[in-house]
Design a protein around this ligand. Structure first.
Ligand code: 5GP
Ligand code: ZN
Length: 118
């Protein structure tokens, strides 16, 4: 069983933000921003690439409920999903990162040469 499936099952503890029948939101163990929450489907889906559109349709309002609960809906946030090895995905269970709690930097991708992003 993957690490996020273990979190869904309660085998690994997590700091939960919101939960319903299909989804779970919990704080990232190693936050990259003042607020860093992960949103996952309870069913094991590897990445966004394998995600059925019907599931995304349900996930959208769930993510919006999480951002409201975190108070991020007014000033904004960043929503990220890493896909596969080139995308830097470490945990192979679909998750969206919600990052916020202040104005985030956007300078980690060099503008002068796109190949410096590799
Ligand atoms: P990825 O690199 O796959 O996009 O992101 C994986 C995220 O999961 C990382 O930000 C990492 O800190 C987080 N993470 C990994 N293991 C655990 C865990 O056991 N609990 C929590 N809450 N977050 C985890
Ligand atoms: Zn899983």
């Amino acid at each position: 069983m993957c690490i996020f499936c273990k979190i869904v099952e309660g085998e690994i503890p997590s700091n939960k933000v919101l939960e319903d029948k299909n989804f779970l939101a919990f704080h990232d163990i190693n936050p990259a921003a003042p607020l860093h929450v992960l949103v996952i489907p309870k069913d094991h889906i590897v990445s966004f690439e394998e995600t059925p559109s019907e599931l995304m349709a349900k996930m959208t309002p769930f993510i919006q409920e999480v951002t409201k609960k975190l108070g991020l809906d007014k000033n904004g946030y960043r929503l990220v999903t890493n896909v596969g090895d080139d995308g830097g995905q470490e945990v192979k269970h679909l998750h969206f990162h919600i990052l916020g709690g202040g104005k985030l930097i956007w300078n980690h991708f060099p503008k002068d040469d796109p190949h410096k992003s590799l």
